[in-house]
Design a protein around this ligand. Structure first.
Ligand SMILES: Cc1cc2nc3c(=O)[nH]c(=O)nc-3n(C[C@H](O)[C@H](O)[C@H](O)COP(=O)(O)OP(=O)(O)OC[C@H]3O[C@@H](n4cnc5c(N)ncnc54)[C@H](O)[C@@H]3O)c2cc1C
Length: 398
């Protein structure tokens, strides 16, 4: 009997989970197409940017799929032909499917603000995190003093994670580089909304604000970025001198969907039915889909597992189950040994929150790997890695 050809596009949280969910079921011929050779574990990218190991945030897809009947193809999906049931990549590979699962994630949105794309840094990929880290070191080598201001734009979870980790890391770097700078290092966190974590409860916002202030972060809320040049950022009409602006303030849905005429909601997400189908046999999951908790890792995981389960049910001749998703637990670390946790109505702050976050990462890695490999991956969280010659010579880099 001919196997059902399942093409999964995107080797991130949703795509990998879906692939692993149907792997081993010989009714399926599975192909996963991704533009990257690695799976990115986004929650630890801020840590990789501030001294953590690269291996903590990235796992080769080939490693995750070792001994699994999944054809792994590298390429960038560009066009969908609904009639021919094919996806064509930018390098003209044509991939046929019976069932398509799209899990492409989101892309950075600079809202057309002048200079940002050119001059700002980001932490949305391992390459961006590595580039930011290299810049922090290079600046100390070239100028022999820290930047006037280290500016993080966006006080959502990513901006807060990074702001929390930066003071300790900069202190360590300055020590390694033998820089005794009397002037305090300024770390600014800028948010256009009237408060930090604008999509989270007020009390969480207040607790995180208190924590960041204690770490010496300067907070600017209700302030909009208007432009950036090589030397400064303009915020609500005022210039801030900086060579280190990190943009964490915006993402938007992957352009693939607009370019291929999918129906989008007013949030820019793809409209899906109760089975996460955008159209018959075309599933859209994770950050791309218009679901209640879209935009979170646990949602993408649940979506991938859910679609895999339904494909298996359908292949057995059973009716598919309708989509139902659990509210994800939110954990936001802010500096060493401190995190805010929102778990339904429960809120935890501080060391206990941090411990839960560490445990959550271990469970997160186990979502993709057996316990021994997941534990090995998790342990990379506790190491450090520097390629800067000065820090390597100081012996504090692993
Ligand atoms: C810095 C950062 C920190 C985060 N921290 C947390 C956190 O702590 N907790 C949490 O719940 N969520 C967090 N998130 C959000 C979470 O990572 C996402 O919700 C999750 O990754 C969504 O999974 P996905 O499968 O939809 O997309 P992704 O995981 O982004 O996967 C998309 C994949 O598709 C690939 N791709 C893109 N375009 C193409 C193309 N044209 N062709 C082929 N392949 C393509 C990409 O390279 C990527 O591999 C964070 C996000 C960021 C950026």
């Amino acid at each position: 009997m001919a196997k059902e050809r399942v093409l999964i596009v995107g080797g991130g949280f949703g795509g990998v989970k879906a692939a692993l969910g149907i792997a081993g079921d010989d009714r399926f011929d599975i192909t996963l197409l991704s533009d990257q050779t690695n799976f990115r574990y986004y929650p630890t990218l801020y840590h990789t940017a501030t001294g953590g190991r690269r291996a903590n945030s990235t796992i080769p897809l080939a490693h995750l799929f070792a001994n699994k009947p999944i054809n792994l193809v590298q390429g960038t999906a560009a066009a969908l032909d609904r009639k021919a049931k094919t996806i064509t990549t930018t390098d003209n590979q044509v991939m046929e499917f019976d069932t398509l699962i799209l899990a492409l994630g989101v892309v950075t949105n600079f809202f057309g603000i002048q200079g940002l794309q050119e001059y700002s840094f980001g932490i949305k990929s391992i390459e961006e995190a590595t580039r930011l880290k290299a810049h922090l070191h290079q600046q100390l080598i070239d100028d022999r003093k820290p930047d006037l201001n280290y500016v993080i734009v966006g006080a959502g979870p990513t901006g807060i994670e990074l702001a929390g980790a930066l003071p300790h890391y900069l202190k360590k770097l300055m020590k390694n580089h033998g820089i005794k700078e009397h002037r305090a290092v300024h770390i600014d966190l800028i948010e256009a909304a009237p408060r930090l974590l604008p999509r989270m409860p007020m009390d969480t916002s207040r607790m995180v604000k208190r924590r960041l202030k204690r770490l010496g972060i300067k907070l600017y809320v209700g302030q909009a970025v208007q432009g950036e040049t090589a030397d400064e950022l303009t915020v609500s009409g005022k210039p801030i001198r900086s060579h280190t602006v990190i943009w964490t303030a915006g993402v938007t849905n992957h352009p693939f969907f607009k370019e291929n005429n999918f129906v989008l909601t007013n949030r820019g997400k793809v409209a899906v039915d109760i089975y996460l189908q955008a159209e018959d046999g075309i599933y859209v999951i994770g950050d791309n889909a218009n679901t209640p908790y879209s935009g979170m890792e646990q949602t993408a995981l649940q979506d991938g597992a859910y679609v895999a389960q339904n494909l298996k049910r359908k292949a057995k001749g059973k009716d598919p189950k309708s989509y139902w998703v659990k509210r994800p637990i939110t954990v936001i670390p802010a500096g060493e040994h401190w995190a805010a946790v929102l778990w339904g109505k429960v809120r935890l702050y501080g060391w206990l929150g941090w411990t839960l976050r560490e445990a959550g990462d271990l469970v997160g890695f186990h979502d993709y790997e057996p316990w021994p490999q997941a534990t090995e991956q998790w342990l990379t969280e506790f190491g450090s890695e520097e390629s800067c010659p000065v820090c390597m010579a100081s012996g504090t880099a692993q």
